[in-house]
Write a new protein. Structure first.
Ligand code: MUC
Length: 93
């Protein structure tokens, strides 16, 4: 099942710099592991915003919830999930 996911990041300005750097490094490693596993199939930056638009390919709602819940940045993000279905006019996919 495919899901479009928008993540809007809002890190507190007073977050300890070392904690912030470690958090971002952990998030990067986590996201790259899921990308290599074929679960996180697109990761795009939204121009001009600390946000991304992503596409996940997972078995079901429960798997997506688990992957998102475990994002190291989860508590600092607003996450918006949109389930996707095949478009009848799409020539690919
Ligand atoms: O920067 C972001 O958009 C948030 C998050 C998503 C992947 C990653 O490495 O960080």
């Amino acid at each position: 099942m495919l899901f479009a996911v928008r993540m809007d990041v809002d890190l507190p300005l007073d977050l300890d710099a070392q904690f912030r750097d470690e958090l971002l490094a952990t998030e990067k490693a986590y996201s790259q592991k899921l990308q290599r596993a074929g679960k996180w199939v697109h990761l795009w930056r939204v121009v001009g915003e600390y946000s991304n638009l992503s596409v996940f390919d997972v078995a079901d709602n429960g798997e997506l919830h688990e992957l998102l819940w475990n994002l190291p940045l989860f508590k600092y993000m607003k996450v918006t999930v949109t389930p996707l279905a095949q478009h009848p006019s799409a020539v690919a996919g």
